[in-house]
Design a protein around this ligand. Sequence first.
Ligand SMILES: C[S@@+](CC[C@H](N)C(=O)[O-])C[C@H]1O[C@@H](n2cnc3c(N)ncnc32)[C@H](O)[C@@H]1O
Length: 318
Amino acid sequence: MTAEYRHLPVMLAEVEAYLAIQASETFLDCTIGGGGHSSYLGRHLGRDGLLIGMDRDPVAIQAAGDRLDKELPGLSTRLINGNFADLDELLLDLALPGVDAILFDLGTSSYQLDTQERGFSYAKQAPLDMRMNPGTQTLTAQEVINTLNESDLTRILHEYGEERFAARIAKAIVARRSYQPFLDTLDLADTIRSAIPAAARRKGGNPAKRSFQALRIFVNGELDALENGMEAALRWLNPNGRLVVLSYHSLEDRIVKQAFASATVGCTCPPEAVVCVCDNQSVFELLNRRPVAPSPEELIDNPRSASAKLRAIRRRSL
Ligand SMILES: C[S@@+](CC[C@H](N)C(=O)[O-])C[C@H]1O[C@@H](n2cnc3c(N)ncnc32)[C@H](O)[C@@H]1O
């Protein structure tokens, strides 16, 4: 099962440079996937170093474990099947004082997209599932599509897919399911396509792409998880600790940008302080003002990296 876990890690050299992992540090990979980033970056860790890998998807944890055992057999590792929305509890269980380098590589892996039965892809016939952890999540895309009312469906498609034809698509879904409920991905993708005006269908890739993104985000509560995860990750960073986030669409990037902006506001004196005693210095500093994008060479090798944006932040030393 895990031998086929295929996923090319995105912006590996850039992530490596911003995280700048040292031998005795603790590195937390919050979205370890198939272990692509971790198996490469883990080579910087020495005998006193620790790699913590986390993923919501149990298949990813299994695949990453197999890969790390094979490629970095001497490395101290802890692998956790969990949601980074629960970062506080998951790290408290490990009884760690803090973390030196943290990576979030958001969204889905190529393995998840390419595994037909997971139902993430609009291009492969599969049950409408889309759960990142079918073992702990009960809400599926099928239930959302067949039970939510038209206005809720419109809101989800508009908010999480930034789909301008959200209302038309929701109307078409409700009309179609009134005589036959949706069971599979291609069936839904066809209905979405037919609800979009022909002129708009001709540009911007597969017409079902935005709606499938919206459904996936809703089924997995991805944006709430990201807000919680960002907030907790910033708190867990040790002095001089670095946090790198790779995001893949504007909704994710907006949350990361806002979390970093609030962490880097100037004066941190308590409101009752009469004069500023903190030298108007924020606890964190941005490591890049503008997000970094993949190089032209990477885009050729890995077209799926096209929408990636990298942001990095550092907690200042004491
Ligand atoms: C782009 S892949 C990571 C790939 C990995 N960096 C690699 O090189 O193999 C994103 C991973 O994040 C996981 N994920 C998404 N949301 C998550 C969450 N809230 N908590 C934990 N893992 C999550 C997905 O299951 C998926 O395996």
